[in-house]
Each structure stands twice: as C-alpha cells, then as structure tokens.
Design a protein around this ligand. Structure first.
Ligand SMILES: [Zn+2]
Length: 457
C-alpha cells in the first residue's frame, strides 16, 4: 500500500474498497437525497427526477438510452427541466492538494484516429516500400502527451492527448513490411470544436509525414553511399486526408452505391459480432472507403472514432455578477428567472457560499469536471459549432453509432457536479472520505435543490 493510503487508513476517516468512490458513493448520495426529498415533499414545489446510468466509461449507453425517456417524461408530466446535479467523484488535483472541488461544467472528449497506409515491400527491398509503422510512430511521438496540444478555457488547461491504441494491421508474421496501422488518442477539450481538433491534428500529421520522408531520404542517401550506389530521392509525397475528404472523393465517383456498400458492411460486421466494438467498426469503414478510392499509399486518413463527449462550459452570463444581474432583472419584472440557466447557477452559488461558511471547508469552484462524464450529454455547449464536422468525419455515424445532437434543445441544460471526495479511483487503494462525502455532499445537493425551488415556495 502506498504511504498516503496507509496514512488515510490509519486516520479512520476513509472507507476503502474498489468502486466505493467511483461511483457507488455518488449513487448513495443521490439515493439518500431522494429519500429525504420524499420525506419533505410538502416543503417545496417542484419535481426532481433521479436518473442512474450505467456504462459511463464505456459507450455511455445508459445516459443515451435515458435521454428519450426524460424527454417523454417531460411531455407526459408537463415538466420543464432547469438543470442537472451530478454526483460524480472528485479527487485531489495534485499531490498534497487539500481543497475540495465542485464543478460548473465538464471536460469534453474526442477520439481522433489515424489510419496510416504505407506501401508494402519485401523486407529485402526496404527502401522500395514505406513502412506504416514508422509513420505511425512519428505521429505517436509528435502527439502523445504533447502539452502544446492541451486545450484551454477560462484559465483551466485540459490534459494533453493520451495514446489509447497503436497497432499495425498485419495479422500474421511475414517478411512483408506493415502496410497499414491505426492509432488513436484520448483528446480532452475545454473549448475546441471537433473541427478545430481536426485542424490541429491534421497539421501535426502533415509535419510527421514530412519528417518521415526526410528521414527516409537521409537514410537512403547514407545507405547508397555505403553500398556505392547513386542516390536518387525516394518518390514519397505527403498525403493527409480527413475522412470527409476521402469519402467525398469516392462518393463523387460512385454516388449512392458507396453508402449502400458501407451500410451492408456495417450490417455484416454487426451480424458477425453481436457487440461490435465501435472503434473496430469505424476502422473497417475507413479501410473499405480507402480500398474503393483506388488511391495508393503512403497516406494518413484522419477521422473520429466514438465516443464523443461534448465539453460543457458555463455559458455566456454564467459569472456570478452576471447571474445576479439576471436575477435582478427577473425580480424587476416580478417573476423568477424560471427558464434561465442563471437561476440554476445562482442557486448553486448561494448553496456553495452557505456550505463554505457552515462547514469552514476549502471548497473551490472550477469550470471543467476533469474526468469523462455523462453530464456531457446535457451540455449547453452542445450548441457549439463543429457538430457538422464531427458527423462528417465519424465513419460509424448512423451505422451503429449515433448521438442525439439534433432535436434535443430541451435537454441542453446547465450542470453542476457536487461529488463525493476520495482517492485512487480504479485502484486497490480506492477510498472515500466519509464525513465530506456522506454528510456534506448530500447537504449540498439537498440544499441546492431547496435553493432552486425557493422561488416556488
Ligand atoms: Zn471510473
């Protein structure tokens, strides 16, 4: 056990166990608050819906299945949703960090994926070919953990891109050099749209391509010197395409035949494998469009694999001064800001102020919840531009993968995360700080709900 965990164990203040923090504690908080709401239901006029969703760190099937039900429930019961209170776990942000955190939004996530095509050759004629692994490695080196690529908003910096997969697409041992490779990165977003992410990664891909061509030429020149052979520059040219560009090229020639063949491919793969991995499906579609394009490698095709979590920032008018101004305006009109996110944020601000005073704790407000969260699907910032670029560059879109990005304006809600606190999520030493998580946090959630409904009492 690490020394910090041992110290926490001895303190007696923590509850240990895998899953205690992420996510059982949050579910416990919501359950307790719901019970208390049921007991005090005559003390407020309003409605609270409890939604518990599985699969958050996988494909988020839970929340995606819940959204249509929430919409249906609203229509049935005449509900008008004001906002979402999430209780996802919180943790120290750096070693020795003694603050607690509440979040007024959440980080987004994209999975930019590179399909790298080489030119196959026999290993004995190495310079006649173009090794997809070499280009893939250069992409990895230029992108993985590169802090220049961190997205930033409101002074909060997101994590750099993190490699989640790198693989060549050779299935067996042979002396043929790898003809294709795939790699993808977890890309955290605070402000950038999918289109902007595409532009940034494309620029890196072009640099990586140029580097590899220069490197191969330099090595070939040295090799020619050593074997006393005339050097002639290698024929390689940089070729970086987005999926949208590749698709348009092929569709321009084939028309609707292309879509029909891709639908058939997706169906065939779905039939072979009941729970087809959306990353594998995406790659299979890209490989097929590449094959039909008649283009020759080397090339890089850049696209998005699922999942996509839009980031949620506090929208315009979200600062405290602006929130209070909005409330004053509403008061002047003689009615509470029923619909405005301002009402929701103002309730959160009041609750936070009272909690800090009462508990004498250091609780900091931040804009972006740093871990992937189902909150993203309620995001006000889903209105950000770039949805079109996302769809056009996501091969699995409409073929096993779909996000309700259109037609859900009624569910684009402000969110806050008031989460339990602990350490080492996903590790054997996972633990929850009991008093804060099971006393203070339920008070915050309940208190915020009461603040929201204050105007209705
Ligand atoms: Zn987790």
């Amino acid at each position: 056990m690490n020394p910090q965990a041992e110290e926490d164990l001895r303190s007696g203040k923590y509850l240990f166990g895998r899953g205690t923090l992420d996510m059982k504690a949050g579910v416990a908080v919501q359950t307790v608050v719901t019970r208390r709401l049921a007991e005090t239901v005559d003390q407020f006029a309003g409605n609270v819906v409890l939604v518990l969703t599985p699969d958050e760190e996988g494909d988020s099937r839970g929340i995606l299945a819940a959204l249509p039900h929430l919409r249906q429930l609203a229509a049935q019961e005449g509900l008008h949703y004001l906002g979402v209170i999430n209780t996802d776990y919180t943790a120290p942000r750096f070693p020795g960090d003694n603050s607690f955190y509440v979040y007024w939004g959440a980080v987004g996530k994209l999975l930019p994926t590179f399909y790298v095509v080489g030119r196959e050759t026999h290993v004995g004629e190495a310079f006649d070919g173009f090794d997809a692994n070499l280009l893939s490695s250069e992409l990895m080196r230029r992108i993985n953990m590169n802090a220049d690529l961190c997205d930033e908003d409101s002074g909060e910096v997101a994590l750099p891109p993190v490699s989640l997969k790198q693989q060549d697409l050779k299935f067996e041992y042979s002396v043929q050099t790898p003809f294709a490779a795939v790699l993808y990165f977890n890309m955290a977003t605070h402000a950038a749209s999918p289109g902007e992410i595409l532009d940034r990664f494309r620029a890196r891909a072009a640099q990586a391509f140029d580097n590899v061509i220069a490197y191969l030429n330099a090595q070939y020149r040295r090799y020619c010197d050593r074997i006393e052979h005339d050097f002639r520059p290698l024929p390689w040219k940089s070729q970086v395409l987005t999926y949208e560009e590749l698709y348009r090229k092929v569709r321009g020639v084939q028309g609707g035949t292309l879509d029909r063949s891709l639908d058939a491919l997706a169906q065939r793969l779905g039939a072979q494998e009941a729970a087809m991995d959306e990353r594998k499906l995406s790659l299979a579609i890209v490989e097929e469009v590449w094959r039909q394009s008649g283009l020759r490698g080397p090339a890089i095709v850049l696209f998005f694999s699922p999942p996509y979590y839009p980031h949620i920032g506090v929208p315009e008018g979200g600062t405290m001064a602006e929130v209070e101004a909005a409330l004053k305006d509403d008061a002047a009109r003689g009615e509470p800001a029923r619909d405005a996110p301002a009402r929701f944020y103002a309730a959160a601000e009041r609750m936070l102020r009272e909690t800090v005073q009462r508990e004498q704790l250091r609780i900091e407000k931040r804009h972006f919840y740093p871990y992937i969260s189902d909150m993203s699907f309620f995001g006000l910032s889903a209105r950000i531009p770039g949805t079109r670029e996302f769809i056009a560059n996501t091969p699995a879109w409409g073929r096993g993968y779909h996000l309700a990005v259109e037609g859900n304006e009624d569910l684009l809600l402000p969110v806050v995360n008031l989460g339990p606190y602990g350490k080492d999520a996903h590790k054997m030493s996972e633990r929850v700080l009991v008093d804060y998580s099971f006393r203070v946090v339920p008070e915050m959630v309940y208190g915020m709900l009461m603040e929201i409904f204050r105007g209705d009492r």
